[in-house]
Design a protein around this ligand. Sequence first.
Ligand SMILES: [Zn+2]
Length: 383
Amino acid sequence: MPDWLIFLAVILLLGTGWIIGRYQTLFSFSQSSTPPRSSQLFKGLNYLINEQPDQAIHYFVNMLEEDSESIDLQMVLAKLFRKQGEIDRAIIIHQRLLARPNLSDTSTLRIHIELAQNFYSAGLYDRAEQLLLETVAKKPDVRAIQLLFSVWSDQQEWLKIINQASSLKTLSEISRMQVVAACCEMAELNDEDAFTYLDKAERYKPNSLLLNYRYSEAYLGEGAGRKALKSLRKLISLDQSMIPIALPLVKRCFESALWGINYRTLLEDWFRVQPSMSLVKELLILIIQEEGEDSGKLFLIEYLKTHPSIPGLVQLVNLHVNSGHTQESSVLCLVRELCDQMVDQEKKFQCQKCGYQTLKMYWQCPGCRSWESVKPVYGLNSE
Ligand SMILES: [Zn+2]
């Protein structure tokens, strides 16, 4: 569900409550009076139903602006302004709320966090950081900590995240992942201390996909293929859909070490549970090397019968393109070109939380900023 729909749903609930209250008040004075702002609610609703959110927001904002007493309504209004990019107006609302006498500690905390969110959204990192540090010093609120770590993460202040985390007794799941990401960044920047940072990250979230991926990279950097493969096997046991991400590193593990485990047997084991195109391509090379091209073609045809896919068709065309007549080869080349174009235009990764699609792998979704939610897409044009 898009954020703006959630906001509008909240407004509708609040608006409906307000309208009922208004009706009750007005009816106590005059049975014939019409609620003055009900038409705004219904006009807003009408625009919402007709999928015209901007016009709907206009009516709801008017309603909320007129009700300046309720802190909750004013907070929703400020959030709406922020969502629309009108951060100055959101800041003014929050500053006005803070100026109210007799604010409870809970309300002050909520307003401070929202105000810091405004500064963060406006790129005013210093002001956001200062406000959040003061807030966290008074009370280690989960949302304040997450926001503070986001501010530092955007500025690549990895050590600040790691140090602050070590001074806190409890952290939310999201913040644990923020610390893991910070440690992984530090490990990448400091080859010599890489394992110090990765081991630190492991204490916060040992089952992080990103952490196990970075461990395997660090081990490969040292030529420790067996340990790298152990991390990659853990990554895949945590999430089999990550096989296409892990596969290039798995291949490197076998290049850097001689050992008893058979590369093809390992791939065949994974293929049985997750028959992805990346595995098919790799297995195809091995089958052709060990058994010849005919066995490769047979394997691919059997795969395509149960898992029809454009990239699979390209592989099949590749196998036939050089073995036929010149005229047939040129037709096959054309088919391959068209298929490649179709595959190239397809997004290869998708966020499982917000649906954001991308050609590149991200450990943190650029759309909703969730961690480890972007996964390879499986389908006709992809894996
Ligand atoms: Zn997302």
